[in-house]
Design a protein around this ligand. Structure first.
Ligand code: C5P
Length: 232
């Protein structure tokens, strides 16, 4: 699995994202497009960023009945994204339907990654609101195993969970890890963080980095630093 740095382009408009991406004239970063930008600008933003030569992780976290997810994934696959995702809570039949929808007539498809429990959900909230009483790390590993059973490629998880996911699901099962900060940088609202070098050490396959790059005085230098620490 080729390690790569994915830049979370959490901008509200196309203009802002293009101003940001225009700075990268050398290596074109793998870009994460989330709900805010996608809902604001629509599929045209995906086509344009792709046309500019970037790989794309379309982070829309689908969760609906299998038939709806199958048909929606077919549309996303047609946008030629490289990676997309869904909620493992949608269950194995939904994840299998997603894979069917995502697979193009020539047999190729984007990587499909599952969200297990959102990092905004803690043990107390999960018990109170979802009536799930198992320890949250077991729930996360169970959802990861379900994603693997359904044929998915991996999960989004904290870098602190990447090693355990690989132990449970094998090294080929991809871990995509946000919550990355430089050793000398601001942590912001992320609670459990690792540096790019530590994320590499614990076996993350892709790190997702937002503000340490997008809010840096020199975003290209910050991106290069991530690549040097994580990929090289
Ligand atoms: O700016 P920052 O590096 O914190 O950005 C991390 C990105 O990863 C954001 O787009 C955030 O929504 C996303 N993310 C996360 N934690 C998760 C799942 C996604 O931080 N568990």
């Amino acid at each position: 699995m080729g390690k790569d740095v994915i830049v979370a382009c959490d901008f509200a408009t196309a203009e802002q994202v293009f101003t940001f991406l225009d700075q990268f004239t050398d290596r074109k970063p793998f870009v994460k497009i989330g709900m805010e930008l996608f809902y604001a600008e629509g599929p045209a933003i995906v086509r344009e960023i792709k046309r500019r030569g970037h790989k794309i992780f379309l982070d829309l976290k689908l969760h609906d009945i299998p038939n709806t997810v199958r048909k929606s994934m077919a549309v996303l696959s047609g946008l030629d994204v490289d990676m997309t995702n869904l909620h493992a809570a949608g269950t194995i039949p939904m994840m299998q339907a997603a894979l069917e929808g995502l697979t193009r007539p020539d047999g190729t498809r984007p990587l499909l990654i599952a969200v297990t429990q959102l990092t905004s959900t803690d043990q107390a909230t999960m018990e109170r609101d979802l009536l799930i009483n198992e320890p949250i790390d077991q729930v996360v590993m169970h959802y990861a195993a379900n994603a693997q059973k359904a044929g998915l490629d991996g999960v989004v998880c904290s870098p602190l969970e990447a090693g355990k996911v690989h132990q449970t699901c094998g090294d080929a099962f991809v871990t995509v890890t946000p919550g990355v900060r430089f050793a000398d940088g601001d942590v912001g609202d992320q609670k459990r963080v690792m540096t790019p070098a530590q994320a590499k050490e614990v076996g993350s396959d892709y790190i997702v980095v937002g503000r340490p790059i997008t809010a840096a005085a020199d975003p290209v230098a910050a991106y290069r630093r991530c690549v040097e620490e994580f990929c090289d």
